[in-house]
Design a protein around this ligand. Structure first.
Ligand code: 3HC
Length: 690
């Protein structure tokens, strides 16, 4: 796992633990042994720590968290580095994350390739750095800058790392050779620069700046246990003499956080996301079709956003409309979005021009004839979609992938109008498509394996997170959302007020409650789709009928005076709700936030169970990945199915039986799978498809 080569007085230790050189027990043991040997070897004056593969070190091995630790621990190895009489220089060729950067910071020098990325992403896993990161990074770049980096968890580029002082140099050519030279220089100098001994960045100014950042961060997210722990750990090390004591504080905080349900959920979500890439019945070596060009049908918000995804990934794309006006409006909107990004500095002006240059517009479906993939993002209407697909069948080149961006409709029925249903599938992007990572990849009955495999690869090229789902109304996400919407309406009629429901949901961890969300999206949208697809939401429909479409009309479930973004309560709406409830003969009472959450979320879990039974999702974790990435389900609660396991399936099944009785809605009865798991004391986590 660690290759050792000694040459010219330098021992080069190369870590080789694919895929990301995670610091699992075996690698730690090999590294510790190799270091010990190199330090003991009289012919060695200096040591270089390098790694094989695209990633330098992706951090501690997350799969080992919560299990008994096998020695040597990472802190043991860092102690060995600290005690080393010979300089060790890290040659960082790729990502150095978490424990990877901590390892590098315990070395006496660091050089990086231009493609390297350096960061401490532990916060995203609900923990904090646990191997000296909260101490060495502040000593290298100041506690304020270090805290900011650890708080976002976002890595910085090699160039930025050099300007901050995390690495000594960015090396264009042979990285290991440069590291050797640096290591020998340090050996010749006779003093070993140890980050733990630095104090020049711990000034009164940087400390004050850190305290200000810490106060803002804890106020923003008072429940984030790891943010509080991060503040405590960094604060413990502000006194230059406190290094060892502060490392002990950090370690204790780290250990506590590893057991925190929030961290368990975030780690679960990390692996769930990666598991989603494995599609049952789709072998890794399934052939792919080449994708060099794309066409998007429809220049609306969705079509424009999807076209931007292609342009961002370097794939030329033609946006097709039926008339000039719509095309011009759509392309103007796209240009405006790119101009905004360039103005904010998130892309350069050259990138803006390049990306805009990759998007062309055309009138008429015949312009899709050369595209390797065509994505239809037209009006959500089966007639319109079938018409488009039968014409596409006539013009698209043989082997082209034909995808629909429908959010609800039957992809089998769309495929059936073509003579090539094997080439058809759904690609359900989320709005705004250029921003949201999730894509539900809808595998229709006849979708060919190579079409599915190509679509999954393509989604990754577009920087998306694809999750494969089967055909049903609304697929996984919207089908479950519909359950929540229905339960929300019912809650209003039974006596909860919109702001009470929204407050309970934001308290649960969503950024927005369902009614504020409805007002933002536009109440006319749900109203129209209920008209088309059936279903009734008496309160939301009445509001839409009154022209109260939400924020855009200044009135919806809430009032938005003078274009305000946050709504205020409207007595008129509350009176309307009471009236509708009376018309339906529904008695009203008050609800606690816990009852509201149960009423809204348990039916979603129940629908998730049905989705599993029907094979629409391959596994509970796919459902969770969809909800975290497409619907803002709080990641620290791990998605609806993981959360359900933490609540207990028996509790949920019993509550659903009660809800069904209270509301007279039989569809609330627990699904057979939920009932069975509840009876067995089982969990979704242990469920496997038959
Ligand atoms: N531990 C265990 N497994 C890991 C891992 C880790 N730290 N990082 C990645 N993996 C696994 C993934 O699960 C995946 O496994 P699979 O192929 O079986 O699904 C495989 O490695 C490849 O990972 P990706 O698909 O994510 O590969 P990419 O090339 O897209 O990304 C990466 C590489 C940027 C390193 C990304 O994997 C990543 O962000 N990893 C996590 C980084 C992280 O959070 N590190 C901190 C860990 S906590 C820590 O270090 C504590 C310390 O302070 C004590």
């Amino acid at each position: 796992m660690v290759r050792q080569e000694v040459d010219g007085g330098v021992a080069v230790l190369t870590l080789a633990n694919p895929p990301v050189n995670a610091l699992g027990a075996a690698l730690r043991a090999a590294l510790d042994g190799a270091l010990e040997q190199a330090i003991a070897d009289a012919s060695v004056r200096a040591i270089v720590l390098a790694a094989e593969g695209r990633v330098f070190v992706g951090g501690a091995d997350i799969t080992e968290f919560g299990k008994p630790q096998q020695p040597p621990s990472l802190p043991d190895i860092l102690d060995r580095l600290d005690a080393s009489p010979k300089p060790v220089v890290a040659a960082i060729g790729g990502a150095a994350l978490g424990g990877g950067l901590e390892l590098a910071m315990a070395c006496h020098g660091r050089v990086a390739a231009p493609a390297a990325k350096l960061g401490l992403p532990e916060i995203k896993l609900g923990i904090i750095p646990g191997a000296g990161g909260t101490q060495r990074l502040p000593r290298l770049i100041g506690p304020d800058a270090a805290f900011s980096m650890m708080l976002t968890g976002e890595p910085v580029s090699a160039e930025k790392a050099a300007s901050l002082g995390i690495v000594d140099a960015v090396v264009l050519g042979d990285l290991v050779a440069a590291a050797r030279t640096r290591a020998l220089e340090i050996a010749d100098s006779g003093t070993l620069p140890r980050v733990r001994d630095r104090s020049d960045k711990l000034t009164s100014e940087t400390r004050a700046a850190f305290e200000a950042l810490a106060a803002a961060a804890t106020m923003r997210d008072p429940d984030a246990t790891n943010v509080h722990a991060l503040v405590r750990a960094v604060r413990a090390g502000l006194d230059p003499k406190s290094f060892d004591a502060a490392v002990a504080v950090e370690r204790a905080e780290f250990r506590t956080l590893v057991e925190d349900p929030r961290s368990k959920a975030l780690r679960y979500a990390f692996f769930a996301e990666r598991e989603a890439a494995r599609v049952p019945g789709l072998p890794k070596d399934t052939p792919r079709r080449p994708i060099h060009t794309a066409a998007v049908i429809g220049a609306g918000t969705m079509g424009g956003g999807i076209a931007m995804c292609f342009a961002n990934a370097g794939i030329p794309v033609t946006v097709i409309e039926t008339e000039e006006g719509a095309l011009t409006r759509g392309l103007d909107r796209v240009r405006g979005l790119y101009a905004g990004s360039a103005k904010r500095g998130s892309i350069t002006e050259a990138q803006r021009d390049e990306r805009i240059g990759r998007i062309s517009g055309a009138i008429g479906l015949e312009h899709a004839k050369d595209a390797d993939i065509v994505i239809e993002a037209a009006f959500e209407d089966m007639g319109v979609k079938r018409e488009i697909f039968s014409r596409l069948d006539a013009v698209a080149k043989p082997g082209a992938i034909l995808a629909t961006n429908t959010s609800y409709l039957d992809v089998n029925a769309i495929a059936a109008v073509t003579n090539r249903p094997q080439d058809v599938l759904g690609l359900h992007f989320f709005s705004p498509a250029n921003v949201m990572r999730l894509v539900e990849v809808v595998r229709a009955e006849k979708t060919a394996p190579d079409v599915l495999a190509t679509a999954l690869d393509l989604a990754k090229r577009l920087n998306k997170l694809p999750v494969t789902v089967g055909v049903c109304f609304g697929f996984v996400g919207n089908r479950m959302l519909e359950r929540r919407s229905r339960a929300g309406e019912r809650l209003l009629l039974e006596g909860a007020l919109p702001h009470e429901v929204d407050a309970a949901v934001t308290r649960f961890g969503f950024r927005m409650g369902p009614f504020a969300m409805g007002d933002l999206a536009g109440l006319d949208i749900g109203w129209r789709s209920r008209k088309d697809f059936g279903g009734r939401a008496p309160v939301a429909d009445s509001l839409a009928e009154m022209g109260r479409y939400g924020q855009k009309t200044g009135r919806g479930f809430y009032l938005y005076p003078d274009g305000a973004r946050a709504g205020t309560r409207d007595p008129e709406v509350e009176a309307l709700i009471a009236r509708v409830a009376a018309e339906h003969g529904i008695a009203r009472r008050s609800f606690t936030p816990e009852e509201i959450v149960a009423r809204l979320m348990y039916p979603m879990v129940n629908e998730g169970a049905r989705i599993l039974e029907e094979g629409i999702a391959a596994r509970p974790s796919d459902i969770d990945t969809i909800w975290i990435n497409g619907y803002n389900w709080p990641a620290w609660r791990g998605g609806p199915m993981h959360w359900a396991d933490t609540v207990g399936l028996k509790t949920i099944a019993e509550a659903l039986t009660r809800f069904a009785a209270e509301t007279g809605d039989d569809s609330q009865e627990p699904a057979p799978l939920l009932k069975r798991l509840a009876a067995e004391g089982g969990r979704f986590a242990d469920w496997k498809a038959a």
